[in-house]
Design a protein around this ligand. Structure first.
Ligand SMILES: Nc1ncnc2c1ncn2[C@@H]1O[C@H](COP(=O)(O)OP(=O)(O)OP(=O)(O)O)[C@@H](O)[C@H]1O
Length: 798
């Protein structure tokens, strides 16, 4: 029995203990109990995890539910909770507002009652964490940790005893501005009962708001914290996305749990209108329907930041003549009627607007997508979209903010008939696509050639033996025996961003793809400050003396050109590269270098400064990768990345076109009729369409049979190239002539003409020049790309 016990994951032990020892005093097992426990153990060990029959819900679970203020479970909650209590990883796909949070709150509470353990909850929006912490049921204590906190703040928070630890994905994986994982080492954390991943669709690369750090999240949780049981929560996952998320969580498709794949709550009344005048959203508020909704509160979603400010002002103007009594909330007038909210506002300003809205002091929030996700205000009576939403998933997520109290609520979408929104949204898709040449540059840096094969050959000749060198990864097929065991490398984030003209997250995504490839091309390590600056205030002699007693300094000095090294008192080198070349552990080298700053004082005095300064700078991508890839292997990697990027672009374009056409099919010619009375039939038609989308994916949105027609996706809603070609070519030549110092690529020029900023050609600089910026938004991006590449080549030859 003890042996079998050791085979069981920690999370499974809880239900077993509950089964075997209902109270702590009952430690003597009857033969019958032993037989029961053995049979349960047998089931857990011999039957595949997801075939396990769930135990009947113990009374303790119902008692906790009552303690949390609920009388009964809502559909789906009980099974999800029991699965987690049985230690089974679970993906819950339930509509917005159905109470998904309870699925982690209740098990977290029960686990913590039984033993000293903690539940991790990974939540994508840092701005929401405080609300999530304060909104927990009584008796459940939570703290949050994210990368915007200082190390001291994080440590203070972690000292308090909490049952739930809320984390941003970046805080777990250690990317972004903070650079390092904010988690304490596993040894300093209590055992993790299970990890809940909120908005789990972000785990899938096919999802709408994919974030690269999510790709590594489960791996890091498994490997660094030993998490075995995962709970994924989402309201917006298509079948494909759910399958993909299931793979990350380690559960088969049959075990994906969701009674309704994102159905739309019945109390929401949906409508769409085609309005030439974009400012109709203002008149909505003055209409009979609008006046009814202003009694509650309203969300308005826009696609652009400046639009939010404009629409908020418009709504304020439209509402100024309404009787004051309409705005009374709890007997008081709100502080403001309508305010804008977008990612460009300061964090404190955003917090102020969010608080004012949550506390009923603000009626209408006009926001970009940055607002709303996960907000649980019951009386939102209307959600308006001032333009096409980025995806069906975003639309469903956003309308899910309305009518959470179960009372009727109205969701209206103002669609631009000419497809202007489509062009705006298409820009975002092109922002992160990369050309083949850039991929080659990336691969060249990440797999920079080493001398391992040559050294090995020499060794073989010398020793006369065939030496087998272990390969980088155990998962690499046995036939690929690398001469190079893999090198630890650190590539400066800033330099990579500038060299590749790609955003940090886009580079990180590609690196993740390489790590998750079946051949594990590389292993990503936590980002690090790799550039070491060592300065000796004692002058060159002090540096020479250091080199004699400290090998890393000697190697660093030797690597500088002899002339440069002479007479210098400071040294700069990449500490990771240096440690790798010495075959040493980088952490050890770092520690050794840090220690050079201090020396023991005579007697028992405190350590003294030595006059040596050691600083580590320059946040770098950190990885282990081989340096002996053949040219064919490098091309294979570039092809793999390129195909992946192309597939994403194609999918996103097809989905955007399909979304526009689907909304167009159910739209009224203008918003007039929607303001008079509700049209149940069209609302139902749209709901069916949305539900089918979650079942079948993008093809469900097309009227006829689905064709993935790239040409059509690129050109849909765009002007004919022939009509603009000569004007575009002349503008390209003009741009090249006035910016001769720049080495433009075709993509860079196409981006400028579409108004897409990039690290090397930022919107703040290039957006000032209205002669080029956004000038050809109406011409398809691939056509611009072709023309620009052709013109640049001709320019260079001239
Ligand atoms: N069994 C229940 N009975 C009654 N109310 C419940 C029950 N479970 C949850 N609720 C309430 O339902 C509301 C919505 O819950 P919650 O925020 O967890 O929804 P959600 O599914 O996570 O929504 P979203 O996806 O929009 O974030 C909360 O106010 C919560 O207290």
């Amino acid at each position: 029995l003890p042996f079998l016990w050791t085979l069981i994951p920690a999370q499974l032990k809880w239900p077993l203990l509950l089964e075997a020892f209902p109270g702590p005093q009952q430690l003597v097992l009857s033969p019958q109990r032993v037989a029961d426990v053995c049979s349960v153990l047998f089931l857990f060990i011999c039957v595949p995890a997801d075939v396990v029959f769930l135990a009947e819900t113990p009374s303790e679970v119902f008692e906790t539910l009552t303690q949390f203020g609920h009388h009964a479970f809502r559909p789906g909650q009980e099974t999800a909770i029991m699965r987690i209590l049985c230690g089974l990883s679970t993906l819950v796909v339930l509509p917005t507002g159905m109470g998904k949070s309870l699925c982690y709150q209740l098990p977290a509470f029960l686990y913590a009652q039984r033993s000293c353990c903690i539940t991790l909850v990974v939540s994508p929006l840092v701005s929401l964490m405080d609300d999530q912490v304060s909104g927990l049921p009584l008796g459940l204590k939570a703290v949050c940790v994210h990368s915007n906190m200082t190390r001291k703040q994080r440590e203070t928070v972690m000292t308090g005893r909490a049952q739930v630890l809320l984390l941003s994905p970046e805080a777990v994986v250690g990317t972004g501005a903070g650079g390092f994982s904010c988690l304490p080492p596993a040894a300093r954390l209590p055992p993790v009962a299970f990890a809940c991943i909120d908005e789990a669709h972000c785990l899938s690369q096919w999802a709408h708001n994919f974030r690269p750090c999510y790709l590594r999240l489960c791996k890091v949780l498994r490997e660094c914290l030993g998490v075995r049981c995962f709970l994924g929560l989402t309201a917006t996952a298509t079948r494909t996305t759910a399958r993909d998320v299931g793979q990350h969580l380690g559960i088969p498709e049959e075990a994906i749990f969701g009674t309704h794949l994102a159905t739309i709550p019945p109390n929401l009344q949906l409508s769409v209108s085609l309005d030439r005048d974009k400012d109709q959203v203002g008149s909505y508020h003055a209409s009979p329907e609008g006046k009814r909704q202003v009694l509650g509160s309203i969300f308005v979603y826009c696609n652009q930041r400046d639009e939010t400010v404009h629409v908020a002002a418009l709504i304020r103007t439209c509402l100024q003549n309404l009787p004051v009594s309409l705005f009374l909330f709890a007997g008081r007038l709100p502080e403001a009627v309508a305010e804008a909210y977008h990612a460009g506002l300061s964090a404190s300003e955003r917090r102020r607007v969010q608080r004012a809205f949550m506390q009923g002091r603000l009626r209408v929030v006009v926001a970009t997508v940055a607002f709303g996700m996960g907000l649980d205000r019951p009386d939102v009576r209307a959600v308006l979209h001032h333009g096409l939403p980025g995806s069906i998933e975003s639309y469903v997520q956003e309308i899910g903010r309305a009518g959470r109290d179960g009372l009727p609520a109205h969701c209206h979408l103002f669609l631009q008939p000419q497809g202007d929104d489509l062009r705006e949204l298409r820009r975002h898709i092109y922002a992160d696509t990369v050309d083949y040449l850039t991929l080659k540059k990336l691969v060249h840096r990440v797999f920079a050639p080493c001398t391992c094969s040559k050294l090995l050959q020499k060794l073989q000749v010398l020793v006369g033996l065939r030496i087998r060198v272990p390969s980088l990864s155990h998962e690499v097929p046995a036939s690929v025996d690398r001469a190079c065991p893999g090198h630890e490398r650190a590539l400066s984030v800033q330099q990579m961003v500038e060299a590749l003209d790609m955003r940090e997250e886009a580079i990180e995504t590609l690196l993740c793809y390489l790590e998750l490839h079946p051949r594990n091309w590389l292993k990503l390590l936590a980002p690090t400050f790799a550039a070491c600056h060592l300065k000796c205030y004692g002058g060159p002699l002090q540096l020479q003396a250091l080199a004699k007693r400290c090998p890393p300094v000697a190697v660093g000095l030797a690597r500088q050109q002899a002339a440069k090294a002479k007479g210098r008192s400071s040294l700069d080198f990449n500490v990771i590269e240096l440690a790798d070349s010495m075959g040493c552990d980088a952490a050890l080298v770092r520690r050794t270098l840090n220690q050079l700053q201090w020396e023991a004082a005579p007697g028992k005095g405190a350590p003294r400064r030595t006059g040596v300064l050691v600083e580590f700078r320059d946040l770098s991508f950190h990885m282990q990768s081989p340096g002996d890839l053949t040219a064919i292997e490098q091309d294979e990697i570039c092809d793999f990345l390129h195909q992946r990027i192309q597939a994403r672009e194609r999918g996103a374009l097809a989905q955007l076109r399909a979304t526009f056409q689907a909304f167009q099919r159910v739209a009224f010619p203008n918003c007039g009729p929607c303001m008079e009375h509700a049209d149940e039939e069209r609302s139902e038609q749209l709901k069916i369409l949305l539900t089918r989308y979650f079942e079948e994916g993008t093809p469900a949105l097309f009227e006829g049979p689905f064709r993935e027609d790239t040409e059509q996706d690129h050109d849909f809603g765009q002007a004919r190239l022939q009509d603009w070609e000569s004007s575009i070519c002349s503008d390209i030549r003009h741009l090249l002539s006035i910016r001769q110092e720049e080495k433009f690529s075709g993509r860079a020029v196409a981006r400028i003409f579409h108004g897409i900023g990039s690290p090397c050609y930022p919107a703040e600089v290039y957006g000032q020049d209205r002669r080029f910026w956004r000038k050809y938004l109406h011409v398809s991006f691939p056509s611009l790309l072709c023309l620009a590449t052709r013109e640049i080549l001709a320019w260079k030859q001239a």
